[in-house]
Structure formats: C-alpha cells, structure tokens
Design a protein around this ligand. Structure first.
Ligand SMILES: Nc1ncnc2c1ncn2[C@@H]1O[C@H](COP(=O)(O)OP(=O)(O)OP(=O)(O)O)[C@@H](O)[C@H]1O
Ligand SMILES: CC(=O)N[C@H]1[C@@H]2OC[C@@H](O2)[C@@H](O)[C@@H]1O[C@H](C)C(=O)O
Length: 396
C-alpha cells in the first residue's frame, strides 16, 4: 500500500489541524508532487468544522491541571478520533471528491498538554507532549492510512516539539532577495523569519506568545458565552487599550526568553485570562476596553519579539499574517502601527490561504514521512538533529 503511494507521480493528502484556539478542525486537501524541501504543493480544497461550545469547554477542562482526570483523557482521545474522522469525511465530500480519491490522512491531533522543557522541581515531568485523537480510530473511520503524532519524534531528539510549521513556511515562503516573516495568529502566535536567500539553518522561529487565546476568552466571558471570538476585531475597535496593563502583562518572563521557545495554554490559558480580566474590571475598564487591551497586548508581544530576537539578526521587509487572527482587522492595524519598517499583510497575498496554511503544513509533513525524509527544522525546535516525525496507523 505504501510503496504504491510512493510511486505515484503526486499524492492527494488530507491535512488536519486542530489547534490551540480549540475552535475546530481545519482540513486541507493538498496535492503534493516530489518530496522534502523541493515538494510542489497545490491546495485543492479547504474546509473547517467548528467545535460546539460544549466540546470546546470540555477540552479546556481537559487542559486544566486542576480539573482534568485520566478517565476524561482516555475517553476524549478516542472521542476526538471520531471528531477528526468526521471532519475529514465532511470536508472531502464538500470538495466534490470521494474518500477513494484521498491517498493519505495526516492529523496533528488536539494538544492537551505540552512540556517544552524539563521541570526543575520534578524529575518525572520531563520534556513531553500529548496530542489526542487516536490515529487508529481515524484510520478505521476514514478507511485511509493515517500519519500523526508528529511532535514526539522531535522531542525525542532533544527538540521542543514545536513550532513545526516553520519547515513548511520555508518551502512555501522563502525568497531570494527579500527577508520575510510568516506570523501565524491562532490560539498562540508563532513566527518564522526567513532571511533573503537564507538556508534552513538560518531560519529563526518561535512562539511569540498569545495569539487569539486571551481575546477569545475575554469575548466569551464578557458576552456571557454568547460569542466565542471578536469577529473582525469590532469589539476591540470600540474600546481603548490601557497601556499600564499592557506594560504589566509584557513583564511576563516568557517574552524575555530568547528562542528556541514555545508556549501554549499552560501559560496563557483560561486561568491567566480570567485573572487579568478580574484586575482590569476592578480598575473600572469597560468590556470593550478589556478586549482592546488584550488585542493591543497581543500585537505588542508580536512586534516586541521581532525587535528583540529577529530584527537584530536579519532584515525583514514583509510580514505575512495567517491563522484566524488575520481576520481581526483591529489586531492587524495595531501590528501595522507597531511595525512601520515592514509591510504587514496576509499570506493570502502570496496565494497561500491563511486559514489553511497549518493544515497544509501537516499534509507536507506526511508526504515526507512516507518517504522517510526528515520533516522537522532543528533551528526552530532546538532538536539536536533532523528527524522523520510521524507515526502510521493502517486502515482495516
Ligand atoms: N472573522 C474573524 N475575526 C476575528 N477573529 C477570528 C475570525 N475568524 C477566526 N478568528 C480567530 O481565529 C481563531 C482560530 O484561529 P486558528 O484556527 O488559526 O487557530 P488554531 O489553529 O486553533 O491555533 P494554533 O495555530 O495556535 O494552534 C479563533 O479562535 C478566533 O479567535
Ligand atoms: C504544542 C503545540 O501544539 N503547539 C502549537 C501551539 O499553537 C501555535 C503554537 O503553539 C505552535 O508552537 C504549535 O503549533 C503549530 C502548528 C506549529 O507547531 O508550528
């Protein structure tokens, strides 16, 4: 079965991304010719399915040290396998293709916990990561071979297991004469900075901090569950950002740490957001001011991280924003105001759909796994060496 796939001139791969914002599953159907850094990539169709509020809140509970439990983790691993398989079948059907046309499914899974560095106070809490959504369940339900569980291989060779997308950013965005930064704004923000004509080893990539995570939590809490994100950034546009709070939040030690670095719900999740919402409310900020403050803080944390860790090392002329945050006009405007020397635009301008980009990346990773070609970027994750990430589950 695998030899047949390798010998085809191109492969049709369904890449699945279910990210830290817990908003749902993105599915990209991608045709890939060739392999490795020379892969030729064509997005055939993209679709997403949204988690309902109950599932999203349940996943947040699962990502909570205080409220999670092993039975929930066990059950949700299989349940999410079904959710991911259903999303794949739905998007394939929407595209007008059939599952028979798909060669391979590639699934990121749902991160529920990530420990990028050893815990100095607990010798068992070593670098590790857990993405749920069982691969065998997806294989059974879709009838396709499934590759997933990528991050563990990078961690096994000393990496932080994230960010992984810089490998595919290098394939899709590198430019001979222009320094470029790809900024994804999902739940977390992460950047890939590629110098003009740069080699893979010269890529600087790291998580910049919160993406939409704080904005989403504020919107959900302050609207009493009526809304889960700030559509277009309109609520933030009605408020005034509070610089005092932004400065306080910028003093978080994560922002001072040089790359390689990665973060997630562990640092900027629900508890962190609710704590700052409470402080802002007690100082009399309105709901719109709170959303505006989180939005401005997010933009500031991105721009500041370039000033500290990217621009001293390389010139960057262009910033291409992707991920759901690219739809937040207020966030984009604030970022543009902070980065006067760069042209801030969206990756769609390059023909790379900002909504689909991460799901496309996972299709690219699977294509490499199939050939046994490394698909991590040690300069981004800190791994000691390249590794072939991904595990395979066969259909039945
Ligand atoms: N129209 C919109 N206006 C404003 N924000 C939006 C819009 N659409 C999506 N978003 C934001 O984008 C988020 C989802 O982004 P995305 O799907 O890129 O994240 P993710 O892949 O889950 O996260 P990560 O990349 O961190 O793993 C939503 O939670 C929401 O905050
Ligand atoms: C452990 C984990 O799931 N990390 C995610 C998260 O969401 C964004 C950012 O933090 C990034 O480091 C990573 O995802 C993307 C897809 C990556 O690996 O490039």
């Amino acid at each position: 079965m695998l030899a047949e796939l390798i010998n085809k001139p191109s492969r049709l791969i369904a890449g699945l991304m279910s990210g830290t914002s817990l908003d749902g599953v993105d599915v990209a159907i991608v045709r890939i010719e060739g392999k490795g850094l020379e892969s030729k990539v064509e997005l055939v169709h993209y679709g997403s399915t949204v988690y309902d509020d109950a599932l999203r809140e349940r996943l947040k509970e699962l990502c909570s040290v205080e409220r999670s439990d092993v039975a929930q983790v066990c059950g949700m691993n299989f349940y999410m396998g079904h959710v991911l398989a259903d999303a794949t079948k739905r998007v394939v059907a929407q595209s007008g293709l059939g599952m028979d046309d798909i060669d391979l499914v590639s699934s990121h899974g749902q991160t529920i916990w990530h420990i990028p560095e050893n815990d100095p106070n607990d010798e068992i809490l070593i670098r590790s990561t857990l993405q749920i959504g069982d691969l065998s369940v997806i294989a059974k339900e879709t009838g396709k071979p499934v590759i997933g569980d990528y991050r563990t291989a990078d961690m096994a060779v000393g990496g932080q297991g994230a960010p992984l997308v810089p490998y595919s950013d290098y394939i899709l965005l590198r430019h001979e004469t222009k320094g470029r930064i790809a900024q994804n704004i999902g739940g977390i923000g992460n950047c890939t900075a590629i110098p003009a004509g740069g080699r893979p080893e010269q890529v600087i990539a790291f998580d910049t901090g919160p993406g939409n995570m704080l904005i989403d939590q504020a919107v959900y809490t302050l609207s009493n569950g009526a809304r889960s994100y700030d559509a277009g950034g309109e609520w933030a546009a009605e408020g005034t950002a509070d610089n005092g709070f932004i400065e306080q939040m910028m003093s978080h030690p994560y922002f001072k740490r040089p790359p390689v670095k990665t973060t997630g719900r562990e640092l900027f999740g629900k508890a962190y957001a609710l704590d700052w919402i409470g402080r802002m409310q007690s100082r009399g900020l309105s709901d719109a001011d709170i959303v505006a403050t989180f939005t401005a803080f997010t933009a500031r944390s991105i721009a500041q991280s370039y000033r500290d860790f990217v621009l001293p090392v390389m010139d960057a002329e262009e910033v291409f924003v992707s991920g759901g945050g690219a739809h937040n006009q207020t966030l984009l405007r604030m970022l543009g105001e902070l980065l006067r020397q760069q042209r801030v635009t969206t990756s769609d301008e390059l023909g790379i759909s900002g909504d689909a980009k991460e799901a496309v990346a996972f299709a690219i990773f699977a294509n490499n796994t199939l050939f046994g070609i490394p698909n991590n970027l040690p300069s981004a994750t800190g791994a000691e060496r390249p590794a072939v990430m991904g595990k395979l589950a066969f259909p039945f």
